[in-house]
Design a protein around this ligand. Structure first.
Ligand code: NAD
Length: 357
């Protein structure tokens, strides 16, 4: 099979981790007889430097013309002061919006080999952590109207509107129930229905969709309680579905309890098969350019791309197994290093995983 991948290395550690994902993809291509064509997209801070904007139109067009998009990370302190319309993050929102990617899937799974790296007590970790966070991606407060006004007394007031329509909730709820059907058949819907109107609508629509999935258990949980339950009893969760901002925050918490933020992949999908795949972490400016980053989140994102966008489940599993085998062999990058393990650089980790594909 021949597939065109729009590759966005981005900023900070982005180019380093993307290089390792490509290394692994090339091994898959050789082993299974596929051709992956990489169309490099300049977006994020580096695009601001080169073109004056984080997502030039021709770069967005490359994404629209591809079979799928693979992203490293964008942003960094260098661009913290730029106008909000051209900020590095605006490139991501622009691509998600243009591609209609309304659902973001982030697995938070503890590799048993990394149990030591979890900040949770061994007695909690021993129960296992294997949940899928389904986050609504192109609605809610990040996309609502934003206003900063100066009042008559000179004080400034800012507001961000959190808006959801029924169809936006319904389609992401459906993704959660379909995902649960392929897993342990349990959906927990997260909201703040005791306070927010948008959450009350969220809850009502999720319940309506749940009726179409009688084989899937569905329950609600308030977002503040969820923040506690994720550290107290994470094994209770299978699929967690929530709106954009709650999902942004909770998925970082969920990733941390599994050991390292560098391990977690994500996929963003809309109606078709084209998606955007990226590790959940940022550009890690503190370790950029030092060959220290953990490339596993990006490599597993490439595996998700093969599974969800290219219908290559066997190839995806091959990558996941190669990652697991590499951890079994005692290899770690600095972020999840523990006693008795062998410490590898970013590129050495890519080599070891590619070798085991
Ligand atoms: P971050 O995720 O970049 O880093 C947080 C911490 O985790 C740092 O100590 C970093 O060194 C470490 N870390 C992250 N990824 C790692 C990896 N693969 N291997 C080893 N260690 C890793 O978050 P931040 O510091 O809050 O943000 C840095 C920049 O990234 C900001 O400009 C932010 O806006 C941007 N950002 C981008 C994305 C994205 O591109 N999707 C997401 C989040 C943040």
């Amino acid at each position: 099979m021949k597939k065109t991948i729009a590759v966005i290395p981005g900023d900070g550690i982005g180019p380093e981790i993307i290089a390792e994902a490509r290394k692994v993809l090339e091994k898959v291509a050789a082993k299974y007889g596929h051709t992956f064509v990489y169309d490099e997209v300049i977006a994020g801070g580096c695009a601001i430097d080169q073109f004056g904007t984080s997502l030039p139109k021709e770069m967005l067009e490359k994404c629209l013309a591809s079979d799928s998009v693979l992203l490293g990370a964008v942003g960094g302190p260098k661009w913290d002061g730029v106008a909000k319309e051209i900020r590095p993050e605006a490139a991501l929102l622009g691509i998600r919006s243009a591609l209609g990617l309304y659902s973001n899937l982030r697995p938070a799974r503890l590799f048993p080999q990394l149990a030591d790296a979890s900040p949770l007590k061994p007695s909690i970790v021993a129960q296992g952590i294997d949940l899928m966070m389904v986050r609504e991606l192109i609605g809610g407060v990040y996309f609502g109207e934003k206003r900063t006004v100066t009042l008559e007394n000179g004080e400034r007031r800012a507001s961000d509107e959190m808006v959801y329509s029924e169809h936006e909730i319904e389609r992401v709820a459906r993704v959660a129930f379909e995902t649960a059907r392929k897993r342990r058949k349990k959906v927990t819907s997260i909201d703040k229905a005791n306070v927010l109107d948008s959450s009350r609508l969220w809850r009502a629509v999720v319940h309506r969709v749940a009726e179409e999935y009688p084989d899937v258990e569905c329950s609600d949980m308030l977002v503040d309680n969820t923040a506690m339950q994720l550290v107290k009893n994470p094994s209770q969760f299978d699929v967690v579905v929530t709106e954009n901002m709650f999902g942004d925050i909770l998925s970082d918490e969920a990733s941390m309890i599994t050991g390292s933020i560098g391990m977690i992949p994500s996929s963003s999908l809309g109606e078709g098969t084209r998606g955007m795949y990226e590790p959940i972490h940022g550009s890690a400016p503190d370790i950029a350019g030092q060959n220290l980053a953990n490339p596993i989140g990006t490599i597993l994102s490439a595996a998700m791309m093969l599974k969800y966008s290219f219908d290559m489940p066997e190839e995806a599993e091959r990558i996941e197994q190669a990652v697991s085998d590499t951890l079994d062999a005692g290899f770690r990058t600095a972020d999840c290093m523990s006693e008795g393990m062998t410490r590898l650089s970013c590129s050495e980790m890519g080599d070891q995983i590619a070798k085991r594909v």
